[in-house]
Design a protein around this ligand. Sequence first.
Ligand code: IPE
Ligand code: IPE
Ligand code: MG
Length: 265
Amino acid sequence: MFKKMKLWNTPVKRNTINERVTRILEQPCPEHVAIIMDGNGRWAKKRALPRVAGHHEGMRTVRKITMLANQLNIKTLTLYAFSTENWKRPKFEVDYLMGLPEEFLGSFLPELIEENVRVTMIGEESRLPQKTRKAVDDAIGKTAKNTGLNLNFALNYGGRAEIIDAVKSIANDVKNEALTIEDINGPCFSRYLMTQALSDPDLLIRTSGELRLSNFMLWQIAYTELWFTDVLWPDFSETHLIEAVEAFQQRTRRYGGLNDEESKR
Ligand code: IPE
Ligand code: IPE
Ligand code: MG
């Protein structure tokens, strides 16, 4: 039943993971999981390695977690890979990060295609170097018809920039009479965001112990369940994703209302 057994190196671990996956699939799963993949630099520092070694190792985690998310029938996995503020980092590190999509997709794209994964991207693409855009566009094009997990990279993404762009487009449409002020409401606003084709995240995971959003999906996260862990992204394993999804399945989402039992009292 589980094709990707090769991911889990020992039979005992594999069995435990498979059992937990089976149990998770018996209950409603989050449709959209978003992850702030943080802690690569600290992972490297702990090993006296250059920060970029942490980014390289983090790529391996992306691969593992993508495959498990696909198996968990998660519809969309949005991974925060580079923020609009990350340009402030030293040029060497920025250059390295900009090379990762090419390296990652270069080796992993055939597997993504085989697994029916569809690649998409949110973020301002025009500022990305040519080679980065080419790698991402190529993956988007080659996986466009796939119907499995949507692996959505947030690359040069910033929540505030996204909201400002949406406001500008709305203002333009009002000016051009394509939209009236009365038309502007929550669903309408969502259609002007880069995530227009996606549902809002059900579960947000942030690794590395930081308890903040760092400009990630500020509009979309309004009623998202949050899950934080001290684990650094390169150490984040299948078991951690399973833990997060299990925790999600224990939560009661009220959206400001009451659940059935509470309404009766
Ligand atoms: C996350 O790891 C990756 C990116 C932000 C691109 P960091 O590079 O932020 O790692 P820390 O937070 O410094 O440990
Ligand atoms: C958030 O991590 C951005 C990504 C994971 C891509 P940062 O490391 O940039 O966040 P801060 O600076 O600690 O808030
Ligand atoms: Mg960080």
